[in-house]
Design a protein around this ligand. Structure first.
Ligand code: BES
Ligand code: MN
Ligand code: MN
Length: 457
């Protein structure tokens, strides 16, 4: 413990400077104009792993962005931890809302501001630095394999394929991931669930061209209006999703399990204040923690059509579009939900329009165990470094590859994240607390030592 603290104290300025270097490379996976930068970031990760002492570090090329693999096998008899994370980031838009440029990291109030600072470059870098620490202080107690990908923010399709093809070399005992949040810096927690995802884009076509809204208006279907009406039909007055069959596979929790989940510290007043909303809105009969943790959703991510430029243009547009995400919970399946949505959406379209549904990426929901050695190793590690036992929580976000780790490799994951929900991931002014970054570097080596020790018993 002393050894860990000393090493961090002596090296923390360098750790932060190196992370800032990584944050300067705009690794936006969704936008092909950043392809070369995404590759540069993969090379940065490779160099960092090599410098920290990893062996067999390589860029594994895919039809998309590369996966960075590296390992340190110290003794085949020891357990092997597979560290997963992602070096790609979300697009920085809208640019004008950033207080400082997204790829020019700055430190303000003990926080590093940049796209990817928390999600997930900052958290990946904690693992690389914790590994460096264990190597330099001769305290690595498990074998480790790193698998850092560049396509998490676009659905991890190529990593899924790569895992399938590389099963043999991915022998391990557990997956360790830092890509989630804790409740607060003085309330540690560990996510034990992630939601799945069905993401679709819809196109509603009315007339074969844009029309004069006076000459034709009132006589021809306006696709924007029709799209809005169709979307309005997707939920009832209780904010219950109306897609037939949507809830069929939803695992209902017992009242006891729900009570347990609602015991997590949460203030609805502060939540509302933070978001500047007078009230929350969600499915009737569920608390906010339940709405984000154990219930599926239907959300619009974007909707457009017609004229949105300056001033007024009288137009009856030919087409309208929307991007829709549905978050899923056990035991819903993303392919099935996508199909149920597409069937329903098509069935409620009036004959005055044509609709097209295009599925994007998906991902399956997961629940991770709390009675495993790995969970206990993480829980004890956090208890040591935070001075408080972490609370198991259900995260609302998705990490699609986690379900595939289970399916392809038969391995469970531990979601030992260190971010805060207020870190503005995916939003302008994303940041990561230096406290959180260093706390991660301090906690990870304890996970390794706890895990090795508990496995040997
Ligand atoms: N790290 C997040 C997921 C997350 C954040 C889980 C906070 C729990 C708490 C991840 O990078 C992410 O944003 N995932 C996407 C999934 C995707 C397929 C684009 C998401 O949840 O929208
Ligand atoms: Mn992430
Ligand atoms: Mn993300």
């Amino acid at each position: 413990m002393e050894k860990i603290k000393n090493y961090i104290d002596q090296n923390k300025d360098r750790f932060i400077a190196e992370l800032m270097e990584m944050l300067r490379i705009p690794s936006v996976s969704a936008d092909s104009k950043y392809k070369a930068d995404v590759l540069r970031t993969a090379e940065f990760v490779k160099k960092s792993l090599e410098a920290a002492g990893a062996d067999k570090v390589e860029l594994c090329h895919t039809s998309g962005h590369p996966i960075v693999y590296g390992e340190k096998i110290i003794d085949p008899a020891l357990p092997t931890v597979i560290v997963y994370g992602h070096y790609d980031v979300q697009p920085p838009d809208p640019m004008e809302l950033w207080d400082s440029p997204p790829f020019e990291p700055v430190i303000k109030d003990e926080k590093i501001y940049a796209r990817g600072a928390c999600d997930d470059k900052g958290q990946v870098f904690m693992h690389i630095k914790a590994f460096e620490l264990m190597m330099k202080t001769n305290s690595l107690s498990c074998n480790v394999r790193f698998m850092i990908e560049g396509e998490e923010e676009v659905g991890s399709t190529n990593l899924g394929k790569w895992i399938h093809e590389n099963k043999a070399r991915l022998k391990g005992d557990v997956i360790l991931i830092s890509d989630t949040s804790i409740i607060a810096n003085d309330i540690p927690s560990i996510d034990v669930g992630l939601r799945g995802l069905s993401y679709v884009e819809v196109e509603v076509t009315g007339p074969n061209r844009d029309l004069h809204s006076g000459v034709y208006g009132g006589a021809v279907a306006n696709p924007i209006t029709v799209l809005c009406e169709m979307i309005a039909k997707m939920k009832d007055e209780n904010n219950h999703i109306t897609i037939p069959g949507f809830y069929d596979d939803v695992l209902t929790l017992t009242q006891g399990e729900r009570d347990e989940l609602n015991k997590a510290p949460f203030s609805l007043d502060e939540y509302k204040k933070d978001l500047a909303v007078a009230d929350v809105l969600g499915e009737k009969g569920y608390t906010t923690l339940e709405r984000t943790g154990i219930r599926p959703t239907f959300e619009l991510n974007g909707i457009w059509g017609g004229y949105i430029g300056e001033g007024a243009k009288t137009v009856l547009p030919g087409k309208a579009y929307a991007k829709i995400s549905m978050r899923l919970v056990p035991n819903q399946g993303s392919d099935k939900i996508t199909k149920l949505f597409a069937d329903y959406f098509t069935s409620i379209a009036p004959s005055s329009v044509k609709v097209k549904v295009t599925p994007h990426h998906g991902g399956e929901p997961v629940v991770t165990p709390t009675d495993s050695i790995a969970f206990k190793a993480a829980s004890n590690a956090m208890e040591t470094t935070f001075g408080k036992k972490p609370i198991p929580t259900r995260g609302g976000g998705s990490i699609p590859i986690v379900a595939l780790f289970e399916k392809e490799l038969g391995l469970k994951s531990v979601l030992m994240g260190f971010g805060l929900d207020s870190d503005l991931i995916h939003s302008p002014n994303e940041h990561y607390g230096i406290f959180n970054f260093l706390k991660g570097i301090e906690t990870i080596p304890l996970f390794f030592s706890n895990y090795a020790e508990m496995n040997s018993k």
